[in-house]
Design a protein around this ligand. Sequence first.
Ligand SMILES: Nc1nc2c(c(=O)[nH]1)N[C@H]1C(S)=C(S)[C@@H](COP(=O)(O)O)O[C@H]1N2
Ligand SMILES: [Mo]
Length: 317
Amino acid sequence: MRNNIFKSNIHPSEITSKTLFESRRRWMQGSVASLAALALPQNIAHARDGVQFPVPIDRGKNKFSSDEEQTSYSDVTRYNNFYEFGMGKEDPFEQAHRLKTDGWKIQVVGEVGRPKTFDMDDILKLAPIEERIYRLRCVEAWSMVIPWVGFPLSKLLNEVQPTGNARFVEFVSLYDTEQMPGQKSPVLDWPYTEGLRIDEAMNPLTLLTVGLYGEILPNQNGAPVRIIVPWKYGFKSAKSIVTIRLTEKQPNSSWNLANPSEYGFYSNVNPNVSHPRWSQRRERRIGEFLKRDTLMFNGYSEWVADLYRDLDLTEYF
Ligand SMILES: Nc1nc2c(c(=O)[nH]1)N[C@H]1C(S)=C(S)[C@@H](COP(=O)(O)O)O[C@H]1N2
Ligand SMILES: [Mo]
């Protein structure tokens, strides 16, 4: 049942939505936790072209993974930010079935020795696919814990051989106003773009992500391939990317262009630097009632604090 949803191109809500999502929710939330484990597919199926490329997922212990309680599948896939499909939290769940992911390609260009266009099959073959349970902290002061499926972005970047001038990496999401009705509204400068410093992009925490909860990535979460940068606010994690460009100059990012005083280039999760309109000290974990303290670098200091040794994080927020 679970896989069939993604094999067909039918939007989950068009099937028996309520029952399906309620039963899924019960599986995930644990009363039948062991049954759920049995029901989880062992392979992630890339079924977007009507062909299936099963890929084994390494569910081994991962030092980067959080052991906190995971946010329910239903919340992870119904409460989203994906402005290409509207600004409401449930808009992506309702609208993202419009996205056609067949034959998807990512071109990797710019300051590289070997520019290359990867199709999904090339990408899935680049490195062992791992499950990583990461906290995602939105700038709006809510957070989730999500079992992502992917591999370190560094594996792809090494493949194209960055030149000595490659200091930054830019990510560009799909631009197609027919598939993405939200792009008809000028809330952001489309296409959605984001950027990282090259050392941030090469950090082993930065994930090229193709799935979640052991399944192929749902459209509303950025299918078929997105970036996840767990120590930064969620908006740095660009969805449905088609271009990765290595550059010498710091690239633009859509949110930074839209409002530079609210969204900086770095956007590291930092409880000590407030957003101009609200504090970043605390956050609401989706599914929980009481707020919790926000952790420096979203709890990933051990692996990333060194990247910012020489930076004043109040100025470079
Ligand atoms: N292309 C694109 N990527 C995007 C966004 C977006 O609107 N468009 N929203 C960002 C924001 S603000 C957040 S919090 C995360 C949300 O990821 P999720 O919906 O998978 O939880 O995606 C980020 N990536
Ligand atoms: Mo966000």
